[in-house]
Design a protein around this ligand. Structure first.
Ligand SMILES: *Cc1c(COP(=O)(O)O)cnc(C)c1O
Length: 235
């Protein structure tokens, strides 16, 4: 099997998994598959693009910058899913359609200021550190903090608040996963009750996408189940 066949087969398998978990769990929400291509070459992205995949996720600004330049001719929907240092936000504001990792006012302000006028508002999600892990980014699950950040974002017309994102704690049991994802759903509901028109739960990766979808995920971010194992460590 050559690399293109490998990729397309795995990509089709992930789509079949998404369909079957939606049927089994009666999850009624649409689910968008974001192919997380970090560390993999632009050829792999082009292969999946030819097959019909449009949404791709990247974590690292340098890599995002290179890949978006090389693939500028393709109408890819780019999702920034990694932490953004504020001195590196400009390229993201200019080239991404989505940022999943807003965790402080400062980064929201900068992305707003740097988002070019001729583009539609940048879709953003607030990242929640759902299991309160010391080594993870994201705001706490405190609803006052969440509502405050959402309020700030909603005053910035170059940004469009879409919902919430999390990375579940590694090696969680099925029960722990459900607790985390259900809490995300509750937080999204609290935002709605606070008057925010939000509809996105960005949660679920290769290891836990079925559970995430069963708990209401609308966007799953899948890397290794499509592209294979990554050969270098990530943050
Ligand atoms: C790497 C990464 C993913 C994809 O992880 P896989 O386990 O390879 O599916 C999803 N979301 C974020 C934030 C990531 O950093």
């Amino acid at each position: 099997m050559n690399n293109a066949d490998f990729l397309i087969r795995h990509w089709q398998q992930v789509q079949a998994d998404i369909t079957s978990v939606r049927q089994q769990t009666a999850a009624s929400q649409p689910v968008q598959l974001i192919a997380v291509s970090k560390t993999f070459p632009v050829n792999d992205i082009a292969t999946l693009y030819q097959s019909g995949q449009r949404d791709f996720g990247e974590n690292y600004i340098q890599e995002f910058s290179e890949k978006t330049s090389l693939l500028a001719d393709l109408d890819i929907v780019w999702h920034m899913i990694g932490h953004i240092q504020s001195n590196k936000s400009r390229i993201v504001a200019e080239r991404a359609q989505w940022v999943h990792t807003i965790d402080r006012e400062k980064i929201a302000w900068r992305l707003h200021e740097q988002r070019p006028e001729h583009l539609t508002p940048l879709n953003v999600c607030i990242e929640v550190n759902i299991a309160a892990e010391a080594n993870k980014h994201g705001i706490s699950t405190d609803s006052a903090e969440l509502l405050a950040l959402a309020t700030t974002i909603s005053t910035l017309p170059r940004l469009k608040l879409r919902g919430l994102m999390c990375v579940a704690k590694a090696n969680s049991t099925e029960i722990e996963l459900r607790q985390q994802f259900n809490q995300m759903k509750t937080l999204l509901q609290q935002l709605r009750e606070g008057g925010f028109e939000v509809d996105v739960l960005s949660m679920g990766m290769s290891a836990d996408l079925n559970t995430a979808i069963a708990c209401g995920a609308t966007h799953v971010r899948v890397g290794s189940a499509i592209f294979g194992q990554r050969s270098y460590a990530e943050n």
